[in-house]
Ligand binder design. Structure first.
Ligand code: IVH
Length: 694
């Protein structure tokens, strides 16, 4: 944001005019067309800057300034509805300090420190006001500009969670407000459906139907369809969060109001809570910070309201924002930044993946300077160019992605990009298989591939060699100490000490890690080899078939195809790998150096402490990957279940466990943490001894 305090009045006028026109442009995209081009956070930045200018130079405020209204005037497609009581917005807090300041201001007006506060997730959908008369749904309208919205009653009638008639004794006339949203899974399914229709349309030479960018736009677009049968086919739902106006008695507490609305038949968010004070609210917000990814709908914050609604009038409003409520906003998961250039990464199987080098930007609480771009086709489809201002997205642990360019900010200096004709690491001409999106470097000896291969070989879930990460793999390769994965087992302390930054202790640790890795089970070793299309699950199937590592050298394509779960493409890829002399040499050298695990044959029905038990694994484990845990179950005679049911003997839980844990608790299924699970296996006690349900 520009430094408003240093602006002259003249500069402020020019800038505020510019901001007004840009914001109006984006308002139209957002409110009228349901096709926003910039993330909310960027929009908020623009609005904040305009507010700051207007606060310093009030004489510059114009009646039509976006700061003076909420939303945009409704489109003319629908009848206009005048809201009897305007639909307002919420102030935002982005930090604990801002939350405390909000609380202090409220406390001053209430005249007491202690008051109860409710929290509810802030659903990222669209606000709707529903009017009921005599217990029947008579009118539903969008928020519009807060004063006048669109009459979308007929479309809303098609939404299952909106009751058409209410149960029990209800006020004669009242209005209830809430948020219409689309679940994430429903959104994915709907877009996949549109994608399929488009394939058909393409064959017929018709224009493709546009995909929706996110569940919120999809919800807004679906509610504002001209034809209610289209809305009916969309996976929409609604949570109510407030009683608008009411001709009749109403509860004096917000929490009770929602319970009351729930009893009438409205859907009230089950995650709503009542808190004794701000400390509890902080705790709940922290909890939401890591739980929100588990919901099947998008939320962008937590709404706080004073529970005592009699205080609401006393507290009143600042502009269009009530003092009795506020929204704690999560760090934005989308931001815009400049895409400096596009570079290409060479993967361990030679696949070339373009990635964006960005001007660093904080997204979702972390600084992002690179983001994946998937493949050339994707870059074309989204029309991403070097020099573009792009939207960057990051959610949880997921790798940051470039969503697309902000077309309205193009200057004309942006450069279109295409895949280089030579591999960026070794210069070999790149190739592309028919019907595949990806380009790859066909040179098996390509240094970039070898380095990535060593890195993968040593990674968790593969050989799990501590101390051998990206940098060490690079150093070993560059210095000629390990040109392939088998050479790792020839390394000596003297050699390692020639590497810069490595001392006696580091070298001893690494050698110890390398030695320990010789004990990894066969599925891990097969996975570690980095054969194209062989993920951990395929490696496990392969291990059962082969029994030992050297047998890989005799595997022929027909026999491989006979293995259940291995198809022709995967079988061909394995056969191709084993035919190459350099790979055969690697396998032989590994075996010679002691990487020679024997797989105990078919594990189904094997004897072991878990014989006859069905075990389900959920959440993130500390000392092993999910695949390894499942392998351990099978290797010990157990069966791996995919979901918790009455047939489940026990559930192994790691961090951030979700619905499976809830289900187990509901069914009374025994739950073990990772440590208890290991102990059970190590003690070899058997099903009877553990008292588990078989
Ligand atoms: S209360 C006067 N509660 O957020 C305040 N709003 O930024 C009335 N929203 O327009 C709103 N979830 O569309 C409230 N649990 C919730 C909400 C919620 C989503 C939306 C709503 C409102 C916007 C305000």
């Amino acid at each position: 944001m520009a430094d408003v305090s240093a602006m002259t009045q003249y500069e402020a006028r020019l800038r505020s005019e510019e901001l007004r026109s840009v914001i109006s442009f984006h308002n139209r995209l957002y409110y009228e067309l349901d096709r926003p081009e910039i993330p909310d956070a960027v929009y908020d930045e623009l609005m904040n800057e305009l507010r700051a200018i207007e606060a310093r130079f009030p004489e510059l405020i114009t009646p039509d300034s976006p700061t003076q209204r909420t939303g945009a005037a409704p489109l003319t497609t629908f009848d206009v509805v005048e809201h009897r009581v305007p639909l307002l917005s919420l102030s935002n807090c982005f930090s604990e300090a801002e939350l405390q300041a909000w609380h202090r201001r409220a406390a001053e007006r209430v005249g007491a420190e202690g008051f109860q506060i409710t929290t509810e997730p802030k659903i990222d959908g669209l606000a709707i006001a529903l009017v009921y008369e005599g217990g029947r749904f008579v009118q539903g309208a969008t928020r519009g500009d807060g004063f006048r919205g669109e009459n979308v009653t007929e479309n809303l009638r098609t939404i299952g969670t909106i009751p058409k008639t209410l149960t029990g004794r209800v006020p004669e006339r009242f209005e209830v407000r809430g948020e219409i949203y689309m679940s994430r899974s429903g959104f994915e399914e709907m877009n996949a459906g549109i994608g399929e229709q488009n394939l058909e349309r393409e064959r017929q030479g018709k224009k493709p139907l546009p995909l929706y960018a996110n569940p919120r736009n999809a919800a807004a677009g679906s509610v504002r369809q001209k034809d209610p049968t289209v809305t009916a086919g969309r996976p929409l739902a609604m949570f109510v969060y407030q009683l608008g106006w009411c001709d009749g008695e109403r509860p004096a507490s917000h929490f009770e109001t929602l319970a009351w609305l729930g009893a009438m038949g409205f859907a009230v968010n089950p995650e709503m809570r009542l808190h004794a004070g701000l400390d509890e609210v902080h705790e709940r917000i922290a909890w939401w910070g890591h739980q929100r990814e588990r919901l099947d709908y998008d939320i962008d914050g937590v709404v706080l309201k004073l529970d005592d609604t009699r205080q609401w009038d006393r507290l009143g409003y600042v502009g269009r924002e009530p003092r009795w409520a506020t929204a704690f906003k999560f760090p934005p998961q989308q931001r815009t930044t400049k895409l400096r250039r596009i570079e290409v990464n060479v993967g361990r199987t030679g696949v070339l993946t373009p990635f964006a080098v960005l001007e660093p930007v904080v997204v979702g609480g972390a600084t992002v300077s690179m983001a994946t771009l998937h493949n050339e086709g994707d870059i074309r489809r989204k029309d991403i160019r070097e020099g573009d201002t792009v939207i960057v997205q990051r959610a949880g642990e997921v790798i940051p992605q470039v969503v697309g360019p902000v077309l309205s900010l193009r200057t004309g200096a942006e450069r279109e990009w295409s895949m280089p004709t030579g591999c960026p690491a070794c210069g070999t001409p790149v190739s592309r298989e028919e019907n595949e999106a990806a380009y790859y470097c066909p040179n098996g000896g390509c240094p970039a591939q070898q380095i990535r291969m060593i890195e993968h070989f040593a990674s968790r879930g593969a050989m799990d060699i501590e101390g051998l990460g990206e940098r060490m793999a690079y150093a070993l390769f560059e210095q000629g100490l390990a040109r392939d994965v088998a050479a790792i087992y020839d390394l000596t302390a003297a050699q390692l000490m020639t590497l810069s930054g490595i001392k006696e202790k580091g070298s001893a640790n690494l050698l110890r890690g390398i030695e320990a890795s010789k004990q990894r089970p066969l599925p891990n070793v097969l996975f570690a080899l980095g054969i194209r299309h062989v993920g951990f699950e395929t490696a496990r199937l392969l291990a059962e078939h082969l029994g030992r590592l050297e047998a890989l050298l005799d595997a022929d394509v027909e026999a491989l195809q006979q293995i259940e779960g291995i198809g022709p493409v995967v079988a061909a890829s394995i056969a191709d790998w084993t035919q190459r002399p350099e790979n055969r040499d690697i396998v032989r050298r590994l075996v010679k150096r002691g990487v020679n695990p024997v797989h105990a044959g078919a594990t189904v029905g094997r004897e072991g402490p878990l014989q006859g038990l069905t075990v389900v694994v959920t959440g993130r484990l500390e000392t092993m990957s999910r695949g390894e845990a499942e392998d351990l179950i099978r290797a010990n005679g157990g069966k791996v279940g995919s979901s918790v049911s009455k047939a489940t003997s026990f559930l192994v839980v790691g961090a951030d466990a979700g619905s499976k844990l809830a289900k187990a608790q509901q069914l009374g299924t025994r739950v073990l943490d990772e440590e208890a699970f290991r102990q059970l296996i190590e003690s070899g006690g058997g099903a009877a001894a553990t008292g588990l349900r078989a």
